[in-house]
Design a protein around this ligand. Structure first.
Ligand SMILES: NC(=O)c1ccc[n+]([C@@H]2O[C@H](COP(=O)([O-])OP(=O)(O)OC[C@H]3O[C@@H](n4cnc5c(N)ncnc54)[C@H](OP(=O)(O)O)[C@@H]3O)[C@@H](O)[C@H]2O)c1
Length: 316
């Protein structure tokens, strides 16, 4: 039987690298599409010699994009940005226009399956990020009608940008901000479960032309996120309520930084709960049992303990 070939866009990222590893473990030949091939070198040991191929793509060039897809049976798009920077990396270009072009080349090259990672709540929220993600879903569907779309809530796992960010802040800040009162609800989902969902979406017949919402087994508030971090790092901090307006003002100043830790658009997202819809089809339909946060969080948050990973855990 011919070995399957997959192109993973954004395969160097937090979600993409997990997808690359899982596909490699299944014997698939994986092209890790990236702007900087050196960024994908660390993934090579996850496969046999020559099985994981860093693939340079110039996204401004159609030929380069087309070559990354040509010959692949599967394409997964894990590209995303959290803030805009310059003309090339704005939400509309990355989350919408690029998705349309990737979908178009999937169609042109008769790709068997195309899976696109979107974001939970993009159909409900008013942030610029969410609107561009929703437009990206429509662009993917227009270009490739059988596209399977996955909408994860906040994703956790080693290297995540959410729990790690607040755990890092708790190291040097005596008080942490409860933006908007800290009542926004999330349904964090494990990165391994998201990757499993991608694999299921690539293989299951009933995943064609479907949208799945991915959430974990627990709904927690922003305030509870801090509590979990305090529990596993053994470092308790004061919490101060920061109204949305004040958070936006702070984000306005941070916006001048090359990698702003908070943007006005992210503050806007925090006004809406990030939980699965009542009749959402999710991990269960794809045959996946969601992993609890309490199983995974201690495995990487323990490195934030005073004295490091091997120090004794103090009660927070
Ligand atoms: N992480 C979460 O909690 C979360 C929650 C909901 C939805 N999502 C969605 O899940 C997907 C994956 O997220 P992630 O956390 O894995 O993101 P990530 O770690 O930041 O990785 C994003 C990838 O996108 C590529 N990329 C970034 N800017 C680009 C640009 N201007 N042009 C082309 N490629 C670009 C990067 O690849 P190179 O630098 O190698 O080119 C990188 O590997 C995204 O669509 C995101 O919106 C994530």
């Amino acid at each position: 039987m011919k070995q399957k070939v997959a192109t993973i866009f954004g395969g160097t990222g937090f979600v993409g690298r997990q997808v690359v590893r899982e596909l490699a473990a299944k014997g698939v030949l994986v092209k890790v599409a990236t702007r900087v091939p050196e960024r994908a070198y660390f993934l090579k040991p996850a496969g046999a010699v020559g099985q994981i191929v860093p693939w340079a793509v110039d996204y401004s060039d159609d030929e380069s994009l087309s070559a990354a897809i040509k010959g692949s049976d599967y394409v997964v798009n894990c590209i995303g940005i959290l803030f805009e920077s310059g003309k090339k990396a704005n939400f509309s270009k990355v989350h919408t226009e690029l998705v349309s072009r990737i979908g178009g080349f999937c169609k042109a090259h008769n790709v068997e399956r195309f899976v696109h990672i979107s974001a939970l709540g993009c159909d409900r929220y008013g942030s610029k990020y969410a609107k561009s993600k929703l437009a990206g879903e429509e662009a993917a569907q227009d270009a490739f009608e059988d596209v399977c779309i996955l909408r994860p809530s906040i994703i956790f796992g080693e290297d995540d940008g959410f729990f790690n960010k607040f755990a890092e802040m708790s190291r040097y800040m005596p008080f942490l901000p409860l933006i908007g009162g800290g009542n926004t609800k999330f349904q964090p989902v494990y990165v391994g479960d998201v990757a499993d969902a991608v694999i299921a979406a690539l293989h299951r017949k009933d995943a064609k032309a479907q949208i799945f919402e991915l959430g974990g087994p627990e709904v927690i508030s922003f305030k509870d996120v801090y509590k979990k971090i305090f529990k596993y790092t053994g470092r308790e901090r004061g919490l101060i309520v920061m109204p949305f307006m004040l958070a936006k003002l702070q984000a306005l100043f941070m916006g001048v930084l090359p990698k702003p830790p908070l943007t006005c658009d992210q503050v806007e997202s925090l006004k809406y709960d990030n939980v699965l819809g009542d009749d959402a089809r999710g991990l269960k339909v794809l045959g996946i049992k969601p992993t609890a946060m309490d199983v995974i969080l201690p495995t990487y948050l323990e490195s934030y303990r005073q004295g490091g990973r091997f120090s004794e855990l103090k009660e927070a």
